[in-house]
Design a binder for this molecule. Structure first.
Ligand code: TMP
Length: 205
């Protein structure tokens, strides 16, 4: 692909939005034409699936149904937005991608990793992010920050044990493929976090 595909991951309250804005500004300063997008979501239909996934329902959402909805949104987003941008040479900066599925549905919900890999191959073919930044923080601190933002969504309402598994899955992924992942200590002061991120981006250039 002519464009580079960068994803940003982490648990709740790690500061993804602030740091994605920082990355986007940094890329713009280097004159890199890029697109900022997010998952689940990124197209009107995929954003509708996001609403369904994040809202509270009287009916409990089945874990496999949740997984399939996430990949349905991903197929739409990937084929209509991400792939065309990369093919045209634009970089894509995406707030979460399939690593979140391994962390939340695999680690958090306990879905078999092989089944996630099956859907990953079906939906993405060979396409994987070129670089993934994992913003890492103690989940307890992250949840305190997330709670300050207002009402909690369906994922944010999960118990502490769920977020411990999300975090450990992200760190396992990073250990298994160190070339692709960079783990950033997101509990540090914001200017330090952003210096660390800038160092990773410089390396990418
Ligand atoms: P956000 O709060 O970072 O916008 O993400 C929305 C929620 O969706 C977040 O709690 C994590 C969850 N999620 C999954 O469970 N699996 C996924 O594959 C993705 C992309 C997000």
């Amino acid at each position: 692909m002519p464009g580079k595909f960068i994803t940003v991951e982490g648990g709740e309250g790690v500061g993804k939005s602030t740091n994605i804005r920082f990355i986007s500004d940094w890329l713009a300063q280097q004159g890199i034409d890029h697109l900022c997008t997010r998952e689940p979501g990124g197209t009107p239909c995929a954003e509708k699936i996001r609403e369904l996934l994040l809202a509270h329902h009287e009916e409990e959402l089945d874990a496999t149904a949740e997984l399939l909805l996430i990949f349905a949104a991903r197929a739409q987003h990937l084929n209509r937005v991400i792939r065309p941008a990369l093919e045209s040479g634009r970089w894509v900066l995406c707030d979460r991608f399939t690593d979140a599925t391994y962390a939340y549905q695999g680690g958090g919900r306990g879905i078999d990793r092989d089944n996630i890999a099956l859907l990953e191959n079906l939906v993405q073919g060979m396409l994987r992010p070129g670089m993934t930044l994992i913003l890492d923080i103690d989940p307890e601190l992250g949840m305190t920050r997330a709670a300050r933002r207002g009402e909690l969504d369906r994922f944010e309402r999960e118990q502490a044990g769920f977020f411990d598994k999300v975090r450990s899955t992200y760190l396992e992924l990073a250990r298994a493929t160190p070339d692709r992942y960079r783990v950033i200590d997101a509990s540090a002061a914001l200017d330090q976090v952003q210096r660390d991120i800038a160092a990773v981006l410089t390396e990418l250039l």
